[in-house]
Design a protein around this ligand. Structure first.
Ligand SMILES: [Mg+2]
Length: 398
C-alpha cells in the first residue's frame, strides 16, 4: 500500500487531515480547534510521505518527526500519525487499540476541562457556582478541572493580584510574584469549590503558567488539606516552548499535592528529565501535540516505571481526536487517571460524523467497545459534512 495524497480541510476551526492510499483506504486525523492556521503546515509534510506505506507507521513518522516542535508546531505531525494508525487499523481489520498492544481496560475515564459556562467573575461565589454547574453536567464527571490564578481572569479582574505588570496578547500571558491578597484570593476560591464538591468529585486546578517557585510552593502547601487531584502548569505549560524540569522538582519535593505538567511538550525526549528526576507527579501530554498516540503511550509507560501518573490533555481535540484518545487510553498502563474530555465545537460536529456513541460519556466513562471497528472507528457523513467545507477545501472528500 502506498500513500497517494495528504489533504487538509479546516472544518469548523479544526484542521482535519485525510491521508489517501492506492488501496482505496483512507485515514483521518484532527487537531485542536484553536489551530485553523495549521493547514499549510500539514501539507508541508506531504512531499516526505507520498509513496510510503502508511501501515509502517513508525517508518513514516521518522520522515517527519524531526520537523516538528513544542505546541503548536507538533500538532500537524501528531494528527498525521492519527491518520496513519486509522489506515493501519482498517488494513488489518482491527481497532487501533489492538495495534497499540490491546486494551488494558473496557472503559476509559474522562475528566472535565471542556464543558464550560462563563465564570461571570472571580470571587469564591463565582467559583462555587461554576463548580455546581459542572457537577450537574450530563457526563457525570468524577474529576473536574478549573482554571484559576494565572490560568483565569484573576490577574486582570482582581485588584492587586500580583506584583507584575499586566500583559495583553496570547492566552495566559501574565507572570510574576503574587501579593498576599492574590494568594489569599486563590485559596478562598479553592475552599469555596471544595465546599460544593465535597468528596463526590475530584478537583484539579489549571494554574498557570506564571508562578514563581516560592509562590508555587506556598500555594501548594496551603492547598494540601483539600486533597486536590493535581495542580497543573504552575511554572511552565500551555504554549511555553520549554520545560524547566529542575524548577518543577523544587515544587514537587516541597508538597504532598500532586504536581502536573506536559500539555505543550513534544516528544519523549523532552519528557525525559521530568520523568527521570521525578520532577512532577503527573504528566499530561496531548496526543495531538506530543507526536501522536504511540508517542503518548511510550511516555505513559516510561512515566509508570518511575512512579509518575498520566492524565492526557485534550479539551479541544474534536471528535476524531476523541477517538484517538479512547484507543490510546484503552491501552495505557495502570498509572492512567483520566483523559481530558474533548468537547466538539461547533456542536454540529456531532451531526457530520458517524461512529460516536450517544451519549458519549456516562458516569465519567466512555465504553471502548463503542469504538470496536477497524481503525479509529469514526467516519464522515460526507453529504452532511460537505456543507461545512470552504471553497478552498471543496475537493477534500473526493
Ligand atoms: Mg492546561
Amino acid at each position: 500500500m502506498k500513500i497517494t495524497d495528504i489533504r487538509c480541510a479546516i472544518i469548523g476551526d479544526n484542521p482535519v487531515v485525510r491521508v489517501l492510499t492506492d488501496a482505496g483506504i483512507d485515514g483521518l486525523g484532527q487537531a485542536e480547534n484553536s489551530k485553523p492556521y495549521l493547514k499549510p503546515h500539514v501539507l508541508f509534510y506531504k512531499k516526505y510521505l507520498l509513496g510510503e506505506d502508511p501501515t509502517d507507521v513508525e517508518r513514516c513518522m521518522l520522515k517527519i518527526r524531526r520537523l516538528g516542535s513544542f505546541k503548536p508546531w507538533g500538532a500537524a505531525v501528531s494528527v498525521i500519525e492519527f491518520a496513519l494508525w486509522d489506515i493501519a487499523g482498517k488494513a488489518a481489520g482491527v481497532p487501533v487499540y489492538k495495534l497499540l498492544g490491546g486494551k488494558v481496560r473496557d472503559q476509559v475515564r474522562v475528566y472535565n476541562g471542556g464543558r464550560r459556562q462563563p465564570m461571570g467573575g472571580y470571587t469564591p461565589e463565582h467559583f462555587a457556582a461554576n463548580m455546581q454547574w459542572m457537577m450537574a453536567c450530563d457526563e457525570g464527571f468524577t474529576i473536574i478541572k478549573q482554571g484559576i490564578a494565572f490560568h483565569s481572569g484573576m490577574p486582570t479582574q482582581t485588584e492587586n493580584f500580583f506584583y507584575g505588570t499586566l500583559q495583553s496578547g496570547p492566552p495566559h500571558p501574565n507572570r510574576g510574584p503574587l501579593t498576599e491578597k492574590g494568594l489569599r484570593t486563590i485559596i478562598a476560591c479553592v475552599e469555596a469549590m471544595k465546599h460544593v464538591a465535597g468528596d463526590t468529585v475530584g478537583i484539579a486546578l489549571d494554574c498557570g503558567p506564571g508562578f514563581t517557585v516560592p509562590d508555587a510552593i506556598r500555594l501548594a502547601k496551603a492547598l494540601e488539606p483539600f486533597n486536590l487531584m493535581w495542580l497543573e502548569d504552575m511554572l511552565t505549560g500551555d504554549y511555553t516552548p520549554y520545560v524547566m524540569a529542575d524548577l518543577y522538582r523544587e515544587v514537587t519535593r516541597a508538597t504532598s499535592v500532586p504536581i502536573h505538567t506536559g500539555e505543550q511538550i513534544y516528544l519523549r525526549q523532552n519528557f525525559r528529565e521530568l520523568i527521570e528526576t521525578k520532577a512532577v507527579n503527573i504528566v499530561g501530554p496531548d496526543p495531538a501535540d506530543i507526536g501522536g498516540i504511540a508517542e503518548l503511550k511510550w511516555v505513559a509507560e516510561y512515566a509508570d516505571l518511575h512512579g509518575l501518573l498520566m492524565a492526557p490533555h485534550g479539551t479541544i481535540d474534536g471528535v476524531i481526536g476523541l477517538a484517538a484518545h479512547v484507543h490510546c487510553a484503552a491501552a495505557l498502563p495502570h498509572n492512567y487517571i483520566a483523559l481530558e474530555y474533548p468537547v466538539a465545537s461547533p456542536a454540529w460536529w456531532y451531526d457530520i460524523v458517524e461512529g460516536l456513541p450517544n451519549p458519549i460519556v456516562q458516569r465519567s466513562m466512555i465504553d471502548v467497545a463503542a469504538f470496536n471497528r477497524p481503525g479509529l472507528g469514526i467516519k464522515f457523513n460526507v453529504d452532511k459534512a460537505s456543507k461545512y467545507l470552504s471553497e478552498d477545501d471543496k475537493g477534500f472528500f473526493d
